[in-house]
Design a binder for this molecule. Structure first.
Ligand code: ADP
Ligand code: MG
Length: 352
């Protein structure tokens, strides 16, 4: 994140329902113009957080700042910077224009000014201007999403919040809208805070990902960093297929280490994280070498995935098809470079 002061600051935010704590004092800074994705399993507190940010609910403790202004004490309708994108809340029997203008009409903006703004937004969302008089019922699913976005942008909010807006759509429409949202973010320069349970969606669109678990942020970083250097086994598994090896005082059970690997891991205990694509079959040389037997083989298009039984446990290896060597039952050696290995220290591991 840049050195500039954040557009949004969340400080020790807590939300308790009766005796259940849905948010445990979370902190977060969001930079101006950032696309932040918040991901986490169902029930981890994502919607609770967004409801507090837009003022649909009050925090039990903590504070929310928009630039220099504390906003958690301001009612929702007085937070003009905050809008939630909800496609299902369009009025189906009204026109596209009436839908986009609705929030402006509520605030008493004059008809001519509203129309001007609605037409600009149609341009921005790349919908033809004659859609202004078209009824919502006549629009396709993708067009409705764009109208809903235009409406969310009508007030020129500084931050747009999204709570799983694409989860109900079919795969192809979702993929198209992911790209359109990313593109819209670039063209408007607005700050987007986007909740999803789809890691793939988060990786395609965001600058940073915040991983939520049981009412806390477990890690907040760009996708590549979370993938390569997860802070906990939970995060490592959330980011895709992974192998865990047990690291104890610098030794890895069932593996042979090169002098470079011994030096890098000296004295450390915890969990080693190795992605399936970092392991090579029958390597000429490697920093960490294991042996095992092929238990299963799966074709994944241009790649092949193997399950290997080894003294270090069951391992997953993914290689390019031309590098596939063995069939089920064959003995194999596998290895990887120390640069592709990430160690999670015991203390962090236990805290997870
Ligand atoms: P997510 O959006 O990540 O799926 P939520 O924020 O909706 O999760 O919910 C987080 C936890 O808070 C869940 O265990 C949920 O049951 C609980 N929760 C949410 N809203 C309420 C409420 N109004 N009363 C009681 N518990 C709630
Ligand atoms: Mg939710």
């Amino acid at each position: 994140m840049s050195d500039a002061s954040p557009i949004l600051r969340i400080s020790a935010l807590t939300k308790t329902f009766d005796d259940f704590t849905a948010l445990h004092g979370v902190d977060l800074d969001v930079a101006e113009g950032e696309f932040l994705a918040i991901v986490g399993p169902s029930g981890s507190g994502k919607t609770t957080l967004i409801r507090l940010l837009v003022g649909m609910d009050d925090p039990t403790d903590g504070a929310i700042w928009l630039r220099d202004q504390r906003i958690d004490v301001i009612p929702a309708n007085k937070r003009p910077t905050c809008m939630v994108f909800q496609s299902l809340a369009l009025f189906p029997h009204r026109t596209v224009g009436q839908n986009i203008e609705f929030p402006l009409k509520l605030r008493g903006v004059k008809p001519a000014v509203r129309k001007e703004r609605a037409l600009e937004l149609l341009d921005l969302l790349r919908l033809p201007r004659d859609y202004y008089s078209k009824r919502i019922q006549q629009c396709s699913g993708g067009e409705k999403q764009r109208v809903a976005l235009a409406r969310a942008l009508a007030f020129d909010p500084e931050i747009l919040f999204f709570d799983e807006p694409l989860s109900a759509l079919d795969y192809r429409l979702r993929k198209t809208l992911e790209k359109e949202l990313k593109d819209l973010h670039r063209r408007t320069g607005k700050t987007f805070i986007y909740i999803t349970h789809s890691l793939e969606e988060a990786m395609v669109m965001s600058d940073r990902i915040a991983i939520m678990r049981a009412g806390r942020f477990e890690q907040i970083a760009p996708a590549e960093e979370i993938y390569a250097r997860p802070v906990s086994p939970f995060v490592a598994e959330f980011m895709g297929e992974v192998n865990f090896l047990s690291l104890s005082a610098g030794t890895v059970a069932g593996a042979e280490l090169s002098p470079a690997a011994q030096a890098a891991l000296a004295g450390q205990s915890g969990t080693l994280v190795i992605r399936p694509e970092s392991l090579r079959l029958a390597p000429q040389s490697a920093d960490l070498i294991l042996s095992g037997t092929v238990a299963a083989e799966y074709l994944l298009g241009s790649r092949v995935q193997y399950r290997i039984d080894s003294p270090a446990g069951e391992l997953t290896v993914e290689v390019l098809r031309e590098d596939a060597v063995a069939g089920v039952g064959a003995p194999v050696s596998l290895g990887c470079d120390i640069s592709a290995v990430h160690a999670i220290a015991e203390a962090e591991d236990a805290a997870a």
